[in-house]
Design a protein around this ligand. Sequence first.
Ligand code: ADP
Length: 298
Amino acid sequence: KILVVGSANTDMVIGVDKFPLPGQTLLGNNFLLNAGGKGANQAVAAARLGGHVAIIARLGNDLFGNQTIENFKKEGLNVDGVVLDNKLPSGVAQIVVDKSGENTIVVAGGANLALNTKQINKNADLINASEVVLLQLEIPLGSVLYVAKKATSLGKKVILNPAPARKLSNELYANIYAITPNETETRYLTGIKITGEESAQHAADFFHNKGVRVVIITLGAAGAFLSTPDFSGTLATTEVEAVDSTAAGDTFNGALASALSKGMGWVDAVSFANKAAALSVTKHGAQASIPFLKDIQG
Ligand code: ADP
């Protein structure tokens, strides 16, 4: 079983010819309302790819919050740990995309920022019941640390996807089993720019020295660099025609958690995650692009 503790947002996307200037009102087109947020995306990916998944998330008691819960249920997630906050609105992201595909994004975290230790304590049984706990950084860092400590002390495998990148404490590093940064996040956290396997190993060693057992640096079309006590090297991904890399990282992390929860070893789990994430970049959208197990098995 997998537990995701993380964010859920509703993405509001509008297409424009050109970005508006301050004070300007434009007529846009193609309004889309999409389920998003890294926690939600990764939970949905893990479930679609065969995992038994519970999510601890915090939503507003509003239209978006209720819609998000319905979506979670439709995806087969255990929603016992989801709280509708009566004071704060659901997290939203306002996204404007221009003709060339460039975007500007404003996120209002809302209830995500109130996912607190009390809510986590109330759902301690969900931590107990899981083998893999998957975390990201769109909820308060104190809550991330709290879950990581509790889960690690119970012998659970904690995977941290450090996105969006934030400075992390040594205490947090000491309480995670695996970390899965992309190249940008790796550079932010370690100061090391990935230019090849040697620099990837240097970056991995930075995390190992802080107590992280397994390091996976995702490398976009180049796949992922995996460093464990018994393996180190780059695992290639499938060559695909990329149309939209939104949620590639989320698909990767959800797939990884699903594979590990079924007892797969790290090399096989990363290869599986590569396959799933490569498929996700062949489709537009976030959750809309996340594949199902049957898509991977062909
Ligand atoms: P993020 O999306 O978080 O920035 P990456 O760009 O590293 O992270 O992508 C995550 C994973 O998605 C990669 O490890 C790889 O498996 C897959 N992926 C991303 N871009 C491509 C691509 N162009 N072709 C094939 N796979 C890709």
